[in-house]
Design a protein around this ligand. Structure first.
Ligand code: ADP
Ligand code: TRP
Length: 335
């Protein structure tokens, strides 16, 4: 089984990115051949400063490694190191219906928030599909907001195969039933349900663009300030607390499953104030991330090591992409 996913290098990573996406990538590296990349081409849709783009690419690589990605198990690379992806992006774009892109949730959400639409933003799902299909991924772990993009990749792979593979039968995509197999393999998304949406300190979805995030790698003082700033209601200390709201949800996301029933019992019993629970959350944060935070500082101090991992990753990713890139060129008449 080939597993593939990417994270855009467009800002500092927060708890939502970890519980919604990165954690499952790291768990999955033990289940198959895993490829993870830093989506620095996608990041250009929002980062318009070369020095910052470079810094965030490195930061994102370091974050993957600090959080437990093992370069002996998984391939880690920069999206921009594999030029073949831009080839496939174009070719795929010639079979992608405009109507699909017009109804893409992430694109529509951005327009609704007043982001000026440019071609890069519109074409974003096509590049993402090229990322997935170039490596013949079977499984794509993602956060909820990316599910539609993976489904598009699957639909467009079918469309490509129907267009360019003579005798291709969509009901028999692998050719097990005797039809010619597709050039592009059909991927599936994988979503972890329990932590699908992590709330920010104001109770909305946590997002770097809403100013409500708890970053994984902010300094101790800032982390404490954010956690102590989580919005709560006016339930008095002695009263039972309503089992809802961002503090409750964040405790639930962060508590080890064995500890959660005790925390929840205290929450419902009353007698403890929200301040106590915030301290509990801060302790959980440090218990969960301090090792990664330390590893991150070590890695940032050793850029040569990170470069070596990324260079080796790019080499391996290109090897894996080569046969598919070649078959695509041949199928359409470019090679
Ligand atoms: P942001 O909303 O901060 O800009 P991104 O859109 O860059 O985050 O998301 C990167 C990954 O992290 C995506 O796979 C997304 O699904 C996941 N993710 C981001 N925020 C959350 C959240 N609040 N809850 C769950 N997953 C999230
Ligand atoms: N769009 C994804 C995100 O914002 C990042 C990404 C780019 C990706 N290409 C991908 C994820 C391919 C999975 C597969 O998080």
């Amino acid at each position: 089984m080939r597993i593939l996913s990417g994270v855009q290098s467009s800002g500092r990573l927060h708890l939502g990115n970890y519980y919604g996406a990165l954690r499952q990538f790291i768990e999955l590296q033990h289940e198959g051949e895993a490829l993870y990349f830093i989506a620095n081409l996608h990041a250009l849709t929002t980062v318009r400063d070369a020095a910052l783009a470079r810094e965030l690419t490195r930061e994102t690589a370091v974050a993957y490694l600090a959080l437990g990605l093992d370069p002996k198990k998984a391939v880690l690379f920069r999206q921009s190191d594999i030029p073949e992806v831009l080839d496939l992006y174009w070719v795929l774009g010639t079979v992608v219906p405009m109507s699909n892109l017009e109804r893409a949730h992430s694109y529509k959400d951005k327009l609704a928030r007043g982001v000026a639409a440019d071609f890069g933003l519109f074409a974003y799902p096509v590049l993402m599909a090229a990322d997935i299909l170039l490596y013949g991924a079977d499984v794509v772990p993602v956060g909820r907001d990316q599910v539609q993009h993976v489904e598009f990749a699957r639909d467009w792979a079918t469309k490509f195969n129907v267009t360019y593979v003579k005798g291709y039968e969509p009901a028999d995509p692998t050719g097990a039933g005797g039809h010619p197999p597709g050039v592009l393999k059909l991927p599936r998304f994988r979503l972890r349900d329990e932590t699908a949406v992590v709330p920010g300190i104001d109770g909305q979805k946590m997002s770097k663009s809403y100013g409500n995030a708890i970053d994984l790698f902010a300094d101790d003082k800032e982390t404490k300030k954010r956690i102590m700033g989580i919005k709560t209601d006016s339930t008095p200390v002695e009263a039972p607390k309503p089992p809802e709201g961002p503090l409750y949800d964040l405790l639930k996301v962060m508590a080890p499953p064995a500890e959660w029933p005790a925390i929840e019992a205290e929450w419902r019993a009353g007698g403890k104030g929200y301040g106590d629970f915030k301290k509990r959350l801060l302790d959980l944060f440090h218990a969960t991330f301090d090792d990664a935070r330390k590893r991150r500082s070590e890695l940032l101090a050793d850029p040569g090591e990170v470069d070596r991992v990324l260079d080796a990753g790019a080499k391996r990713a290109r090897e894996l992409a080569a046969p598919i890139a070649k078959s695509v060129r041949r199928a359409v008449g470019l090679g």
